[in-house]
Design a protein around this ligand. Structure first.
Ligand code: ATP
Length: 284
């Protein structure tokens, strides 16, 4: 039997860092949602007890370093499954882009193997397993729109923002999340984005207020290190996106756009100098 799972990319409408904790992680407050740019995973049981990964993308590890491999190993070990699986990853989400591609693949693997092997694991339990693989994995297990706190693993589901277009642009650089957090200084921050305002905007379904309250404190680090990210933000604003923000630790910048007529102007304007531009919908 073969099964399929979609692994969508996430964007942060808000990303705030409150402090560095004693365990080395940062205490964060994020509002995350999903967009319709997704990897597709195909899973098939193997006659022998092993995990095999393949992908058309030549630039990701296909061994135990792959997050999908780690997710499969974790679920096998924890639930004592003596079966093997072959996972094919059709990568569409750019890698090391701030879109949680690897985390979403891990989450899709947990969901998929739960189905393939009929394990009956609850979503809450899958989230607990996911947290062992990475801070963004629990959110990717549940999807939707959520407030994430702690190191990102504590989730509170909220309503989805109103439907809109999302233009994503990734400059040709790879940004290490660990490096950005390492350079971030919470005590030097002059302003925090307002979580209350963003939640209010989402609960009222106000697209304008959502655009006005987008905020990501990691921009203070990434935009300084990589001026091309700042340049992309400015271009998107100039081309008419209603709200623009860097996703996660970057370098992908997203623009929220309400009117379809504006989208092709923004896409064409960016494509002039940025190779990786995607036009997708918010997943609501
Ligand atoms: P986040 O937003 O959670 O920080 P990201 O989008 O910045 O994540 P990923 O695309 O998840 O970053 O990739 C980060 C690293 O993980 C890359 O260096 C990549 O080699 C490795 N990796 C492991 N498994 C995967 C996978 N299934 N897909 C993509 N990258 C993977």
């Amino acid at each position: 039997m073969k099964i399929y799972e979609k692994a969508p990319a996430k964007i942060n409408l808000l990303l705030d860092v409150l402090r560095k904790r004693e365990d080395g992680f940062h205490e964060v407050e994020m509002i995350m949602t999903m967009v319709d740019l997704a990897d597709r995973l195909e899973m098939e049981e193997l006659p022998r007890d092993s995990i095999m990964i393949s992908s058309q993308a030549g630039y990701i590890p296909l061994d135990e370093k792959n997050l999908a491999f780690q997710a499969a190993k974790l679920i096998k070990d924890r639930y004592d499954v003596r079966k093997g699986v072959y996972i094919h990853l059709d990568k569409k989400i750019p890698v090391a882009a701030g879109l949680a591609g690897g985390s979403s693949d891990a989450a899709a693997t947990l969901r998929g193997l739960n189905r393939l092997w009929g394990l009956g694991i609850s979503e809450a339990e899958l989230c607990v397993l996911g947290a062992e693989l990475g801070s963004d994995v629990p959110f990717c297990v549940t999807g939707g729109t959520a407030i994430a706190t702690g190191r990102g693993e504590k989730l509170e589901r909220i309503s989805n923002p109103p439907q809109c277009w999302v233009v994503l642009a990734k400059p040709p650089i790879n940004v290490s999340t660990a490096d950005v957090y390492g350079k971030f200084r919470a005590n030097e921050l002059k302003q925090h984005p307002s979580k209350a305002n963003m939640l209010n905007a989402i609960s009222h379904g106000s697209f304008t207020d959502i655009c006005e309250n987008l905020g990501n404190v990691l921009e203070t680090v990434t935009l300084q290190l990589y001026p091309e990210v700042l340049q992309l933000k400015e271009s998107m604003e100039r081309l008419g996106a209603d709200g623009v923000l860097m996703s996660g630790s970057g370098p992908t910048v997203f623009g929220l756009v309400s009117k379809e007529a504006k989208v092709s102007r923004i896409y064409n304007g960016l494509r002039g100098y940025c190779k990786e531009v995607y036009v997708v919908r918010m997943l609501t």
